[in-house]
Design a protein. Structure first.
Lengths: 162, 143
């Protein structure tokens, strides 16, 4: 367990948005909780942080880097997949369902959970490294997105969610 | 019972170049150029993941879980990366990577004819690596 900057970092209350409650025991010390939602063109539709001690880049750069990383990672996993013989070339843009995709990666400080819907909506949830499989949580978030955002007649697709 | 099959092993030097690649049973054959590209791609993504960390002190991706495989990565203190593509849910891959790192230090770095950061062409390393992988597989399948 890593302790940063000493002292107690109290959790930041989530803004009133259609998002699930933060898991228990979060928002203190070294736990990060961040959510990104991107559409298939790389527009960041939603960015929420419940706890983020370190901001390395400004928000636009951060979103671009995140999207770029996921885009390349998908290309990478699709190519390195040992279970399928037929692989496309690296660098070819992949359709949402095409090729093997990853659902999470873990580092020593955070865990990134990822889900891509067939329409190309990418959900990214950053959590504590020891969090379990979050695929169901991501599906839940996606369902909320469908219910409240897509079905909202006043929402224009491709624009950030307000 | 999950058979923790190892599909392939990559070793990347500190600049991101591939210095060793061994395939143990992937369905599709990856040719040399592609393996080089994949290695550099991994090196860059490892670095980017450190930049995106919301918490200071990130050392890069340790484990990548995909639908068809898992990828375990180990980075030494000098920046050499060892990563292994294996079946989902494989156990003890971190130990295996550390053992491979030990073999690397013993048979590659201590080899007076080996040039740093160059592709690994050391017989003893290959031999011992094959032994370790075989032992590892037998140990898992025997359980």
């Amino acid at each position: 367990m890593q302790f940063f900057g000493g002292g107690s970092l109290t959790s930041v209350a989530p803004e009133v948005t259609p998002s699930p409650a933060a898991p228990p025991g979060t928002g203190t010390g070294a736990n990060a909780q961040v959510l990104y939602v991107f559409n298939r063109n790389g527009v960041c539709l939603l960015y929420r942080e419940w706890h983020r001690p370190l901001h390395t880049l400004d928000p636009t750069q951060d979103h671009k880097l995140m999207f770029g990383l996921l885009f390349s990672l998908r290309s990478f996993t699709s190519k390195i997949d040992p279970t399928t013989a037929e692989k496309g070339n690296l660098g070819v843009p992949l359709l949402p369902g095409q090729g093997c995709s990853f659902y999470s990666f873990k580092t020593n400080t955070y865990k990134l959970n990822f889900m891509e819907s067939p329409s190309g909506i990418k959900l990214i949830l950053i959590t504590h490294p020891r969090t379990g499989d979050q695929r169901d949580s991501l599906k839940h978030i996606y369902n909320l997105y469908v219910e409240y955002v897509v079905k909202n007649p006043l929402y224009a697709p491709g624009t950030p969610i307000k | 019972m999950a058979l923790a099959a190892i599909y392939s092993l990559f070793i990347i030097n500190k600049s991101g170049g591939l210095i060793y690649y061994k395939d143990y049973g992937s369905a599709g054959r990856i040719d040399t150029n592609d393996s080089l590209r994949l290695a550099s791609l991994w090196h860059s993504m490892h670095a980017i993941s450190q930049q995106l960390s919301p918490i200071p002190g990130c050392t890069g991706i340790d484990l990548l879980q995909a639908h068809n495989f898992d990828l375990h990565c180990f980075q030494s203190l000098t920046g050499t990366k060892f990563f292994v593509v294996c079946e989902t849910g494989a156990q003890n891959m971190e130990t295996l990577l550390k053992v491979i790192y030990e073999l690397y230090t013993d048979f590659v770095l201590k080899n007076p004819f080996y040039e740093m950061e160059m592709p690994i062409r050391c017989e003893l390393f290959d031999l011992n690596l094959a032994q370790v992988i075989h032992k590892y597989r037998v140990a898992l399948l025997g359980r």
